[in-house]
Design a protein. Structure first.
Length: 95
C-alpha cells in the first residue's frame, strides 16, 4: 500500500468534511480544537490548494445579519477527497 500523499493537516480537513459540508470558519474551529491554529490567509491558501487537487469543492453562501451582508465560503469533500481520506485511514489502520 503506497504512503499517503496528503499532510496531517489536509487529512484533518478531509475528516471534518466527511461529516458533511462546512463553512470555512467552522473547519478552522474544528482543527483549532485539535491544537492546529492557522491564520486566515494560511487556512484559505490550504483550502485553495486542496480545491486545486480536487479534494474539496466550494461555494459561497450570502446572508444578511443585522443589516450587514455576509459572504461565507462553504466546503464539501469530493469523490477524490473521500477516496484519499479513506486510503489514508486504511494505510494507518493496516497491521
Amino acid at each position: 500500500m503506497p504512503f499517503p500523499q496528503i499532510s496531517h493537516l489536509q487529512f484533518k480537513v478531509l475528516a471534518c468534511l466527511m461529516k458533511g459540508e462546512m463553512h470555512g470558519k467552522n473547519i478552522r474551529q474544528a482543527i483549532a480544537a485539535e491544537g492546529v491554529k492557522q491564520s486566515n490567509p494560511a487556512f484559505y491558501q490550504l483550502m485553495a490548494r486542496m480545491e486545486k487537487a480536487d479534494y474539496v469543492s466550494s461555494r459561497y453562501d450570502q446572508s444578511i445579519h443585522d443589516g450587514i451582508p455576509l459572504t461565507e465560503c462553504v466546503y464539501r469533500i469530493t469523490k477524490t477527497g473521500q477516496k484519499t481520506a479513506e486510503s489514508t485511514i486504511e494505510f494507518y489502520s493496516a497491521k
